[in-house]
Write a protein that binds this ligand. Structure first.
Ligand SMILES: [Cu+2]
Length: 67
């Protein structure tokens, strides 16, 4: 399980865009995105950098990944 700090995530649209990006990178990931704390927790077997890149490509810079 990895925790991502995601900047620029300000509304429910952002939240679903981030969820979609994570889902596209890993369809079987178990994901929780919390708007208030601007964090996503992701249960994945992929390298978290791959998930982080997908989030950034959706337009949301990832400031920190906790492994
Ligand atoms: Cu938004």
């Amino acid at each position: 399980m990895y925790e991502f700090d995601i900047r620029n995530m300000t509304c429910s649209h952002c939240k679903s865009a981030v969820e979609k990006a994570i889902k596209a990178a890993d369809p079987v990931a178990v994901t929780t995105v919390d708007l208030a704390s601007k964090k996503a927790t992701v249960e994945t077997l992929l390298d978290p950098a791959v998930i982080g890149l997908a989030i950034e490509q959706a337009g949301y810079p990832v400031s920190y990944i906790k492994r």
